[in-house]
Design a protein around this ligand. Structure first.
Ligand SMILES: [Cu+2]
Length: 490
């Protein structure tokens, strides 16, 4: 939420395009159309260039520059790709996408443009692809005109008539497969609703991957159609991978700035309850519409599969702000992005009373508690070792927990000994450690104390190593998919 003064923005009433068109026809003054568009879009006609231009396409989270020109014939060069990429730490997957990114590049045009979509299918690809843009009025949104086999290229044109943020996706074959594999993106038709300029714009896409339990040839994971049909994803991600907006790749902004997020949901199945933890949207253009006025003062926006939203907010207080789907268990499946905000503190807006001059760190941190679910009770025995449980010496091991990784994540211990593990959580999220039984069952295994180790805190896990050699799996219950490891007992 920005400063109060920002709320004073005077929203233009929604504009009825049909009425304007009718009026233009009646007055036989085509020139008026240009003048009207210029008025409502802020286009500077004197600097605008007409004719044929090529759309600027950049990979997410980047956004092409604001359109500031007359309506033109805009060529959009898209390429269908099929490439193996890492979608979660250590998980390789054959991603299908547009132009090498998930989501595909944000296409930015303006109302009145004639958009020429050229879709090329790389000759080394295996599949037929096409593109359906929700900004199109025409059969299949362009899918029928762009069915391309490997090595082919096809094109069509459409008139960008309605302003807003629209999804595009491949609609070839089993459509859900193509979208889940990464073939979706968004097109922004800048248009008739006059909105305030913002300091930074980012492009974020949410979608789901459905992986089979065991990888296929070459260790590359494969789509699991049963999970896809059951709508039970392995990963729910922003921008194509669990870590795409974390670590070195966080979104960055400064206090005092305003930020606009163009958010799209490829699905193919899940509705997103998109939320930025610690922020309130000053303006939310629900469903991505730029014809209706935005909602104001919004906490969470619903974004259906095949839908979008535009949200604006001002930044007052430095810190890390988490982008989540507030169906919050999905954070455990990878749905977490970070907006890192630097700048001066604003104690009038927010003040941590435990921080200044405090001798002891605060006991709990509600900010870190949100964003991950509390693991269900496992009924596991306490990690405290039973007397006489270990015949050998106690081995002391330290494991560092990050987001979302154990370091180290492979251990070797002696059968019949006792292992005392110190767990240090150096990540931003809460974690734990849970060792399964020899048969791989976690419910009867051994869990850390405490069961949830908050960011910056430490815990312990004492394990009486069984007398029989073998391999024992361990995991973080809060991030069971990608935060795992194994212990070899010799
Ligand atoms: Cu496809």
């Amino acid at each position: 939420m920005g400063k109060l003064a920002k709320l004073a923005w005077d929203e233009k009433s929604p504009i009825n395009i049909r009425r304007i068109k009718h009026w233009i026809r009646l007055t036989h003054a085509p020139l008026l159309a240009v003048v009207l568009l210029a008025m409502f879009t802020g286009v500077n006609c004197s600097t605008g260039a007409t004719g044929t231009i090529e759309a600027v396409l950049v990979a997410p989270p980047n956004v092409p520059p604001r359109v500031n020109r007359d309506a033109a014939h805009v060529i959009v060069n898209l390429e269908a790709r099929e490439e193996v990429r890492e979608i979660a730490p250590g998980v390789e997957y054959r991603v299908w996408d547009f132009n090498g990114s998930v989501p595909g590049p944000l296409i930015r045009v303006r109302v009145g443009d004639t958009v020429e979509i050229r879709l090329r299918n790389r000759s080394e690809n295996m599949m037929l692809h096409n593109i359906d843009l929700h900004a199109v009025n025409g059969p299949g949104g362009g899918a029928e005109a762009t069915n391309v086999a490997p090595g082919e290229e096809k094109a069509f044109t459409f008139k960008a008539k309605v302003p807003g943020l629209f999804v595009y996706h491949c609609a070839a074959g089993i459509v859900a497969d193509h979208i889940s594999n990464g073939m979706y993106g968004a097109i922004l038709v800048d248009g008739l609703t006059r909105g305030p300029a913002v300091d930074r714009e980012f492009y974020v896409g949410q979608h789901e991957y459905y992986l089979s339990d065991t990888p296929g040839a070459g260790g590359v994971s494969q789509l699991d159609s049963t999970k896809l049909l059951a709508e039970d994803p392995t990963y729910v991600v922003f921008n194509g991978a669990t870590k795409a907006l974390q670590g070195d790749d966080v979104l960055r902004a400064n206090t005092g700035e305003t930020v606009r997020l163009y958010v799209t949901n490829g699905g193919p199945n899940l509705i997103s309850s998109f939320h930025v933890i610690g922020e309130i949207f000053d303006r939310a253009y629900q469903y991505g519409t730029l014809m209706s006025p935005p909602l104001q003062g919004i906490q969470t926006v619903l974004i259906p599969p095949g839908g979008a939203a535009i949200v604006d907010f001002g930044l007052d207080v430095p810190g890390d702000y988490k982008l989540v789907d507030h169906s919050i268990a999905r954070v455990s499946k990878g749905g977490l992005g970070i907006l890192h905000v630097t700048g001066d503190e604003d104690p009038g807006t927010f003040q941590d009373l435990g921080k200044p001059g405090a001798a002891e760190p605060t006991a709990t941190s509600p900010a870190t508690a949100e964003g991950s679910p509390t693991p269900t009770s496992t009924g596991a025995p306490a990690a405290t070792a039973t007397p006489g449980g270990g015949g050998g010496a106690t081995q002391e091991i330290t494991i560092t927990m990050g987001d979302n990784v154990f370091q180290p994540n492979t251990l070797e211990v002696t059968a019949g000994s006792r292992v005392a593990i110190t767990l240090r959580n150096e990540g931003l999220q809460p974690h734990n450690m849970h060792i399964a039984t020899a048969s791989g069952v976690f419910n009867a295994g051994t869990v850390s104390v405490p069961e949830v180790i908050l960011a910056g805190k430490s815990g312990t896990l004492t394990w009486d190593v069984p007398g029989t050699p073998g391999t024992y799996k361990f995991r973080c219950d809060i991030h069971p998919v990608d935060m795992t490891g194994s212990i070899t007992v010799k």
